[in-house]
Design a protein around this ligand. Structure first.
Ligand code: NAD
Ligand code: UDP
Ligand code: UDP
Length: 320
């Protein structure tokens, strides 16, 4: 029998956060979801609201938060380039002030705290695949810097709070994740391709489509996050969490078109500035420390994601 913990999930109404809230509730914990609904929606958590152990509050993590909890998953931060570049200063504030507030909270109540960091800390990597000890190649001045450098500084804060205040910290470096409840208009490659193909519009490939990514289904990712939180106190990470199955963006487009039927057309668009050429996690550490590796093959994950968007589009959510 698992003892019930009080768990705070910031960004809990977002894509990954909502799946995490759902999983923690199913394990018998109490979940407090904190979100300012910038990119998250109440729809993502509406099915959880009747649950007696679930509570949601509208709050911006750049402001202090006084609650009593045992564990904190700090997921709050817009994650897609379109959203994090909409108000870059707010993105940096969310990462840095949000981390400081969650660390201050963790310090006061002696909670364990996990940071949702990102593969973007590696920038446009010169080492491939990326192990955790690779220090990255980030352009601190470019349009992605608000996100990348914000997340890098948040990691610094986590390790300094550990050294200075002996906090129990965990840092997960999350690689490209996809699945149901991705925002249909957030411009990320999986949601874009699926929505475009389902609507019979051209599928937009940026650049030649030779750049690579490796896509992890959200259920696998959530499993990795919870396993990391449950490790002994000496395990801090950073730990890469992602699916090491690397494919080109063009190949992804072809797979999505094959699943959505009707042979949608490919259309080339300019490659955005600082778009990483290759990205793929080295997950040896996660395998060793957490006994974790992704289980859901791309084909199955894409099928489940297509089904989700198909339903949503029929309901008219992505119109306008
Ligand atoms: P998302 O945009 O769906 O979720 C982020 C959530 O944070 C949203 O609900 C948003 O409203 C909320 N939020 C943003 N700013 C906030 C603030 N100041 N105060 C309170 N809430 C705020 O994105 P996601 O894909 O679910 O990402 C969740 C976390 O995982 C993020 O921290 C992101 O950086 C990280 N991550 C995601 C991926 C990925 O591929 N999805 C990859 C690497 C890292
Ligand atoms: N904080 C918070 N909730 C708490 C405790 C602290 O949001 O329960 C915030 C607080 O606003 C502070 C930040 O966390 O600015 C960092 O806290 P810390 O104790 O490290 O520093 P200080 O209070 O000295 O600024
Ligand atoms: N991409 C694309 N077409 C799109 C959206 C994205 O070709 O409609 C490319 C993008 O240039 C990048 C990759 O797909 O090389 C992944 O983009 P995403 O924004 O999903 O994530 P990130 O760049 O943060 O990995």
């Amino acid at each position: 029998m698992i003892s019930r913990k009080r768990v705070l999930v910031t960004g809990g109404a977002g894509f990954i956060g909502s799946h995490l809230c759902e999983r923690l509730l199913s394990q018998g914990h109490s979940v407090l979801c904190v979100d300012n609904y910038f990119t998250g929606t109440r729809d993502n958590i509406s099915h959880l609201l009747p649950h007696p152990q679930f509570e949601a509050i509208r709050h911006d993590v750049t402001f202090p938060l006084y609650v009593e909890v045992d564990e904190i998953y700090n997921m709050a931060c817009p994650a897609s380039p379109v959203h994090y570049q909409f108000d870059p200063v707010q993105t940096t504030k969310t990462s840095i002030s949000g981390a400081i507030n969650m660390l201050g909270l963790a310090k006061r109540v002696r909670a364990k705290v996990l940071q949702a960091s990102t593969s973007e800390v590696y920038g446009d990597p010169e080492v491939h695949p990326q192990p955790e000890d690779y220090r990255g190649s980030v352009n601190p001045l470019g349009p992605r810097a608000c996100y990348d450098e914000g997340k890098r500084c948040a990691e610094t804060l986590f390790f300094d709070y550990r050294r200075q205040h002996n906090l129990r910290i965990k840092v997960a470096r999350i690689f490209n994740t996809y699945g149901p409840r991705m925002h249909p208009n957030d411009g990320r490659v999986v949601s874009n391709f699926i929505v475009q193909a389902l609507q019979g519009n051209p599928v937009t490939i940026y650049g030649e489509g030779t750049q690579t990514r490796a896509f992890c289904f959200v259920d696998d990712l959530v499993d990795g996050l919870i396993r990391l939180m449950d490790t002994p106190d000496e395990v801090t990470g950073p730990v890469n969490l992602g699916n090491p199955h690397e494919i080109t963006v063009r190949e992804l487009a072809e797979r999505v078109i094959a699943l959505c039927g009707d042979g949608a057309r490919l259309e080339q668009r300019p490659l955005p500035q600082d778009d990483p050429t290759r990205r793929c996690p080295d997950i040896s550490l996660a395998k060793r420390l957490l006994g974790w590796e992704p289980k859901v093959p791309l084909e199955e994950g894409l099928r489940r994601t297509v089904a989700y968007f198909d339903t949503r589009l029929r309901e008219g959510v992505a119109e306008g």
